[in-house]
Write a protein that binds this ligand. Structure first.
Ligand code: THU
Length: 135
């Protein structure tokens, strides 16, 4: 599973976005440590706060399948860098990333930008997660 394949899966997942309120479609894909890929899309709700982002849908799907660590994450929004993960998703990423050097591919319809968890999640809250070492 290379970067392009993971991004392509995120693009496909984006097609399943349920976003009648924002009309903003997002897709995500995570590569689990077990080698499996889990996809996610944003799922909105009439009670707006019940909305779940694409990244968390993908990560929670991985955890529900029994895998607790991902090695790469791709997220695709609707415009250039619009797929940049929200802060709630970044917090969830710090909990389940294999380490802080895990790549995060962020993009829109054509361009993709490569970051790491360390770059997009400075000073994460990991107090109760002793398996995480930020150094
Ligand atoms: N959204 C995501 O799916 N991921 C993010 O990181 C940012 C926001 C979704 C939530 C909502 O359905 C829509 O984009 C507009 O905020």
């Amino acid at each position: 599973m290379n970067k392009e394949e993971l991004i392509q899966i995120a693009r496909e997942a984006r097609e399943n976005a349920y976003c009648p309120y924002s009309k903003f479609m997002v897709g995500a894909a995570v590569l689990g440590e077990n080698g499996k890929v889990y996809r996610g899309c944003n799922i909105e709700n009439a009670s707006y706060g019940a909305t779940v982002c694409a990244e968390r849908t993908a990560i929670f799907s991985m955890v529900a399948d029994g895998c607790r660590k991902f090695k790469a994450l791709a997220v695709v929004g609707s415009q250039k860098e619009d797929g940049a993960p929200c802060m709630l998703c970044r917090q969830v990423m710090t909990e389940f990333c294999a380490d802080f050097d895990v790549p995060v591919y962020v993009g829109g319809p054509s361009e993709i930008y490569e970051h790491t968890i360390r770059e997009i999640c400075p000073l994460p809250f990991v107090s109760f997660n002793p398996s995480k070492d930020y150094h």
